[in-house]
Design a protein around this ligand. Structure first.
Ligand code: ZN
Ligand code: ZN
Length: 254
């Protein structure tokens, strides 16, 4: 059984657990250990199954809990050296990865993909496990070529849909922040993501999950509507977290 647990997705914290039979990996740890522990309990995740913590980049919504969580779970942190050196993790076991170099953790075969984001060496992850492909691609201003390739054939993909362009432009953020978010090294808007999803539709039945929605510049309804309209994917098939503290467990099958 292959399950993806989205425990948090957005600027208040990011944490995803991919569970396959007896093992699991965690991707990003932006919440405290106490919060992470509680959410794992709610989602029925057996903490002892987790054998690694992978990090995408050093922004605090992704690594805010990484040190304590890695120590409590007694698992190594996997990320590239630039990322590892650029946040405060305390004493942890470290396994070095490199962007675009595959590595294995048990049954998981993982490829870190380059993203375009204002971080030192940010990654998306393509995870192959149990004969399925899972893509986690948020926090990128544009989709790089390797992400586009990975988006062609995932069984399940978490794709960033950070903002609605009108809400962002008319919203409360300072001009400089708005520019940064819209830039090539900021975030993907609903329309950007929808176009990418549409343009890479090689196989039917990709399960798409919209991730990292901004709570100020987007709503679940607007994100789903926009992506559904542009891609032609049925609205009910586009899932995302609905509110602060919402979580989701997705069984990956095709
Ligand atoms: Zn983020
Ligand atoms: Zn970020």
């Amino acid at each position: 059984m292959l399950e993806v647990h989205v425990l948090a997705s957005g600027s208040d914290g990011n944490c995803t657990v991919i569970e396959f039979d007896d093992t699991a990996i965690m991707i990003d740890s932006g919440l405290s250990y106490a919060k992470t522990h509680k959410l794992m309990e709610l989602e029925g995740i057996d903490e002892s199954k987790i054998c690694a913590l992978l990090l995408t980049h050093e922004h605090s919504d992704h690594v805010g809990g990484a040190g304590p969580v890695a120590r409590k779970l007694n698992v190594p942190i996997f990320c590239n050296p630039a990322t590892f050196d650029s946040f405060n993790h305390g004493k942890v076991e470290y396994c070095m990865t490199q962007t675009m170099q595959r590595f294995n953790i048990g049954d998981f075969n993982i490829l870190p993909l380059p993203t375009m984001h204002d971080a030192v060496d940010p990654n998306a992850y393509s995870v192959n496990v149990g004969g399925k492909n899972i893509l986690i691609a948020t926090d990128t201003g544009v989709f790089t070529f390797p992400i586009r390739q990975a988006l062609e054939d995932p069984d399940f993909a978490i794709v960033a849909a950070n903002y609605d362009i009108r809400m962002l432009r008319e919203g409360p953020y300072p001009e400089a922040t708005k520019k940064r978010i819209e830039s090539n090294i900021g975030h993907m808007g609903n329309v950007d993501s929808a176009k990418e999803i549409k343009n890479t539709a090689v196989k039917e039945n990709r399960q798409i999950f919209l991730g990292h929605l901004s709570k100020h510049n987007n709503t679940p309804d607007i994100a789903r509507d926009t992506v559904a309209q542009i891609t032609g994917i049925k609205r009910y098939k586009l899932d995302c977290l609905e509110f602060m503290g919402d979580t989701r467990t997705i069984t990956v099958s095709r």
